[in-house]
Design a protein. Structure first.
Length: 347
């Protein structure tokens, strides 16, 4: 989403934008690891920021701040510099957990209040406002995430002879890949004669290929589940468009861009009630919502979709229509333009 904002031709036509790229990790699993390299990135980025503040002199600074943990305090280095220069900050929150993180510490609450004071906040959904109510007493802007429209020959809502089920995410435990496998194990126990193929698509991260294959084998799912590794760009969308159902049983999420990718391709979605997902997936219309870590509910909804192909296709149409209405990149860019203009007018 940062890339979309920084490189949007639409926004560049209306605003003069300069960006500073910040990257602390080479691999997903580097996220929680401290290193001297990361310290060097903080110092180098601070110098770049100071140069921009002296030469570019922006009207405001757009910043996707890390919401919790050490990463938040790291980002406060940049917040401090911006406050010294009296620059208004537009924080775009792509995570959650602040309310829980500060609940047992007055000091943490004071630090957050200091960081957010006299600045603006963008939340991804109204359902996430609760997370900042103790540190930000004003109404934040609401801007839904979006994805670019893909020129792909999407499926024509035809049923596959054998049902095709998709899990698409980097191999991270919190994304629910083990819940997905547990659901399929339960599915096989209840419907042993059911013919289906399930695909796990994603990059090795917390879980590697050997481990995921062991988890598949331990649940006796070798005949039903394939791990195909990561897919990118058009190859990923072609993979999505060949599926019948997306299952996204995430345990910790704020949005889930993969759901938008599935909706664009016309797939019904079974996803957890987590973060803003209940706003994206209209329960019973574009798919189904299930409780977190509940593989029984997943199986129940999955079998309903398998037994009712007409409803499955209808849900796919409804999801595709909602995607076009709310989640195309052009809508995101227009919403961001409105936020930026409002921030400039107020400050």
């Amino acid at each position: 989403m940062n890339f979309y904002v920084a490189n949007s031709k639409f926004l560049q036509q209306n605003f003069e934008i300069q960006s500073i790229r910040i990257s602390y990790k080479n691999k997903i699993e580097d996220t929680r690891i401290f290193s001297l390299k990361k310290l060097g990135v903080i110092i180098t980025t601070s110098i770049k920021l100071l140069i921009k503040l002296f030469t570019f002199r922006p009207k405001f600074v757009y910043f996707q701040i890390s919401p919790i943990g050490i990463a938040f305090y790291r980002d406060c280095v940049f917040v401090f510099l911006l406050k010294v220069f009296k620059k208004h900050i537009v924080f775009h929150l792509h995570g959650k957990g602040i309310s829980t993180y500060i609940s047992n510490s007055k000091l943490k609450k004071l630090i957050y209040q200091w960081a957010f004071r006299n600045n603006s906040v963008i939340c991804l959904s109204k359902s996430l406002i609760y997370d900042i109510k103790f540190i930000y007493p004003f109404n934040p802007y609401i801007v839904n995430n979006a994805i670019d429209k893909v020129d792909c020959n999407f499926r024509k809502f035809q049923n596959n002879e054998k049902i095709q089920i998709l899990f698409l995410s980097n191999l991270i435990v919190s994304k629910g890949v083990f819940v997905f496998l547990d659901a399929l194990k339960h599915l096989n126990a209840l419907y042993s004669s059911l013919s289906y193929t399930a695909y796990i698509v994603g990059k090795e991260a917390e879980i590697n290929k050997v481990q995921i294959l062991e988890e598949i084998q331990n649940r006796n799912l070798n005949n039903n589940v394939l791990y195909v590794g990561p897919k990118y760009n058009i190859e990923k969308y072609q993979m999505i468009s060949s599926m019948d159902i997306l299952i996204y049983p995430t345990l910790n999420d704020v949005w889930g861009l993969v759901i938008l990718e599935a909706m664009q391709a016309g797939l019904p979605v079974i996803a957890s009630r987590e973060g803003a997902i209940p706003e994206i997936v209209d329960d019973g219309i574009t798919g189904f919502l299930v409780d977190k870590n509940n593989h029984e509910q997943i199986v129940d909804k999955l079998m309903f979709l398998i037994k009712n192909p007409d409803i499955r296709i209808k849900m796919g149409f409804a999801g595709q229509a909602k995607f076009k209405e709310k989640y195309e990149l052009k809508t995101f860019e227009l919403n961001m333009q409105n936020v930026f203009n409002d921030v400039i007018n107020k400050n």
